[in-house]
Design a protein. Sequence first.
Length: 347
Amino acid sequence: MKTISKFILTAIIGILISLSVYAGPREKKIVALDGSGDYTSIQEAINSVAANQEKQTVIYIKNGLYNSEKLLIPNDKKNITFQGESREKTIISYHIYDCKGGLNNKCPAEDVAKWTGQAIRTSATLSIQGDGFQAENITFQNTAGPVGQALAIYVTSDKNVFVNCNFLGYQDTVFLATDNTRSYFKNCLVVGRTDYIYGGGIGYFDTCEIRSFGGGWITAPSTPKGQDYGFVFYKCKLTFSDESPKGNDNSQLVNLGRPWHNFPKVAWIKCEMGKEINPVGWPTIWNMNYASTSKDLHLFEYKNTGTGSDISKRANWVGIRELTSEETKFYTAKNVLKGQDNWQPFN
């Protein structure tokens, strides 16, 4: 009996050790508006994280509408995780937008004046500069509406992971700003109208909902020529919202994108595309005179479904075509995101 008990105890200890190794060291800080946590301010929790640390710090954010801060994760605040109590009820929100006039061409001026330095570099509710950022079960939003650039998140960091998150905006909701940086989105919702997923970074959207107001463009990629991937949408659902803050949006079609700079790369793989998708897909070269003729633009599709998925009606551009089944092997999340360090965020 003693031998059996010793065996069981040894096994339990072994399991606990293996779990601790797998999980790694993690520090946890709690933010709650009602004072029941360590902080009432998310930025204070961010600021309390040691600079350039390798261990993951979890900032657990209790339910509430956090709409009084324009948040910044600086370059030296690495490996931070935002973990929300509830995807729909943990809401990080702000309302600054780009404008002519205001304060330094941002509005409303009285709120812009509250912020300095990198925090006000863009209109984003959350600016992410520190590598290794993760977020789960949170809504990020910019509530400025149809007034110009009004970002929900601005990302310049590398190796970011977003799981079960909402990103709500109208124009420029998600800005993956820095070339060759990688961001992985799993089971997320992204809402917008104008160029609302854009930039030169690498973004892999895995089984996400991409919800558009009518009349605009889902993507505005600016992928550099030497970068193999831009935005990849895998098994995503492209939906339509008739609740736009601008009523005339509701009767208009949605475009897959328009090229912004450089040599845009976007792949739609096994996505569901509704009837509101413009059959042309890419209706404008948008001041990029080589957009329709360059082989370095990779605007690919593969086995998408739904009324809007008919690739035969797309714009007559050299770079628009259907991938072969062999080529899709290069578009797995593992391959797209591995980089030089074999990063695999989904393990």
